[in-house]
Write a protein that binds this ligand. Structure first.
Ligand code: KG4
Ligand code: ZN
Length: 365
């Protein structure tokens, strides 16, 4: 079924269209409204505290929590933005990647809302959302730039050539950085999600526990986190078996610096090699204070401009989905009403150049 609300007079060049973003790919039910790149509202209901009792995300609990929360979260986002539903120009929703049952709640809700309001629907890839977070409240930001993407599922360095065209310069060969943070946190007895807890714990310690240097040895802009994770696990287990005490804070600080320093180093190296003048970052790990400070220092030294999304727009949120929605809106890339959720989308496929309706239209004229 076609998205028949795409009227002929839909103005893709409208200055500052109002986009409602909806996100439900994991344990956060989120909705946000943006006008152009300006954030008007940003609502999040999280089942993370419930999930923490299980040491990770239980998909069924997440889906149920989304179902309970979504109508209210969306309504709050619209009201707190100071707009009415009629003012919305398009509804952008995360359709993948993520937990299928969780995604379906957001996708079904967005489709029903688009249908009832007669508004165009935009399908947003979650990872593209993380990349587009840098545009929020940053009207001056324009590609080309180099982007560090570091989340729970991905770690990569990208050359962002235009808002819709990316080249992957390197990526993790095994675990994602966020995944390593979560696994190390578990070994240290810290709650899920581990990243913020490791960051807090590391502040009390010194980076004096030897960590493997293997990260440095990898060619190009690739990463590997499984060796680092295993080294931490082995260190803790050996100490425990010998009945020796060890400082969790020192382990956290040592792991954090090994995991993060390499991200900073390679991102700046890539920016210099590509000859861009700006660096951005996105994904949950980009909320890490040690990483943010490291990027700031290294970019300053290299004469690069750094544009970092606020911490809350690095972890999962709906403003970033609306931000990518705006990119797709400008391209005239709207979804059909047959849109469904996708549990996985490979990074390379995620970042292909969008074949825009606008470009296709031009080609046929
Ligand atoms: O981007 P995100 O919210 O969800 C995914 O799309 O994966 O990233 C979640 C990941 C988790 O692994 C979490 O531990 C990590 O980001 N994270 C952090 C911090 N905040 C979240 N890692 C390090 N330091 C943080 N402050
Ligand atoms: Zn995410």
């Amino acid at each position: 079924m076609q998205n028949y609300y795409l009227t002929d007079n839909l103005d893709l060049d409208k200055p500052d269209p109002i986009i409602l973003g909806i996100e439900s790919s994991c344990d956060e039910t989120a909705a946000a409204v943006i006008r152009g790149r300006k954030i008007l509202s940003d609502e999040i209901a999280s089942s993370a505290t419930v999930q923490a009792q299980f040491g990770g995300v239980v998909p069924e609990i997440a889906s149920r929590a989304h179902t309970d929360a979504i109508a209210q979260v969306v309504d709050n986002a619209v009201k707190n933005a100071g707009i009415t539903y009629a003012d919305i120009d398009a509804i952008a929703v995360t359709y993948g990647a993520g937990l299928l049952g969780a995604l379906l709640v957001g996708v079904s809700f967005a489709k029903a809302l688009a249908f009832s309001l007669k508004k165009p629907l935009i399908a947003v890839n979650h990872i593209r959302g993380h990349l587009a977070a840098a545009y929020l409240d940053a009207p001056q930001l324009k590609p080309p730039f180099v982007t560090l993407l570091a989340s729970g599922g991905h770690t990569a360095i990208l050359h962002t050539k235009s808002e819709s065209e990316f080249e992957i310069l390197g990526a993790t060969l095994d675990d994602a950085a966020g995944e390593a943070f979560d696994k190390v946190a578990r070994v240290l007895g810290l709650p899920y999600p581990g990243g913020p807890h490791i960051e807090r714990c590391a502040k009390e310690g010194e980076a004096n526990v030897p960590m493997p240097k293997m990260l440095k040895g990898l060619g190009g802009y690739n990463f590997s986190y499984s060796g680092l994770k295993t080294a931490v696990i082995n260190y803790c287990h050996t100490k425990t078996q010998k009945g020796e005490e060890y400082s969790k804070a020192d382990v956290a600080a040592s792991f954090q610096s090994a995991a993060v320093d390499i991200l900073v180093e390679k991102t700046v190296e890539a920016a210099l090699e590509k000859g861009v003048s700006t660096v951005t970052a996105g994904g949950g790990v980009a909320a890490n204070g040690y990483l943010r400070a490291g990027l700031e220092k290294a970019c300053k030294k290299a004469g690069l401009q750094l544009v970092l999304p606020e911490r809350r727009y690095c972890t999962d949120n709906a403003a970033m989905i609306a931000s990518e929605g705006l990119v797709q809106y400008r391209l005239g890339n709207f979804a059909e009403m047959t849109l469904t959720a996708k549990a996985s989308i490979p990074l390379a496929a995620t970042l292909e150049t969008v074949q825009s309706r606008r470009a296709a239209d031009k080609g046929s004229k």
